[in-house]
Design a protein around this ligand. Sequence first.
Ligand SMILES: O=C(O)CCC(=O)C(=O)O
Ligand SMILES: [Fe+2]
Length: 286
Amino acid sequence: MSLKVIPSGAALGAEISGVNLTENMDDATFEQIRQAFYRHEVVYFRGLELSDDDHIRFSARMGELRKVKQMRHYTPRRPELMVVSNIVENGKHIGSYDAGMFWHTDGAHSEISPVASLLHAVEVPEKDGRILGDTRFASMTAAYDALPAGMKKRIEKLEALHSLYHRDEQSRQSGNKPAEYNEEEKKKRLEKVHPVVRLHSATGRKCLYVSEGYTVRILGMPDDESRDLLAELTAHCVQPRFVYTHRWMPHDLIMWDDCSTQHKATFDYALPLRRLMYRTTVTRFA
Ligand SMILES: O=C(O)CCC(=O)C(=O)O
Ligand SMILES: [Fe+2]
């Protein structure tokens, strides 16, 4: 079995086949995966029956993993595994049920900016032979590169504020009830300032880093100017020409870059159709 990288044909995304993530792979094979990831920004492995241990072990090879003791509405399956699901048990959501409602990059609000996320599909909703709940990914290097020179110059030195409260407020307006923060979270400021153009920590490439979900405002300019510029940039960066849409199969594992991509889930299913995914988050490349 030899590793194959098959580009999706979109601006980002490639399938990697011919590797067994349930075994400890050799360094040369792992390096090929890492290079494909840097190049394609989103890579996916199809139909692997991964255990939690396999998922965590492979993720940990990419770098340090974020550990979560308690999330807002549920207890994670393992400290490294966030649950993304619409499933309700005993009247409670078993995981984050509104993750991915808006275009975003994971952890834009958090103190330590994650570098990659790995989402493993355990159950995917299916209706009349069609799988629902696609995830769309957009390339922020492609979006940056495509900006007119004048806009590149204009945003070169700008910074923007990203906030979890901003995301929650939008989720609330869409009819959800994002859970309250626990005491520990309340003490933290769930906000962070980033450059509008971030440099990728591994490739050095320029990534447009503003999103519908998290970005509140661009600093150092009047509110209306910031609003207009943000609207222009967030509309620009998710145009179909920068997007790859993933139609899930059970046991797919997708790894995406948390600097050079954004993503958005599709909420076109509801219980009794179940969707269950586990996510690891890499905070720093090894
Ligand atoms: O459920 C999805 O498709 C994506 C959810 C999401 O945004 C995440 O897991 O980071
Ligand atoms: Fe996400």
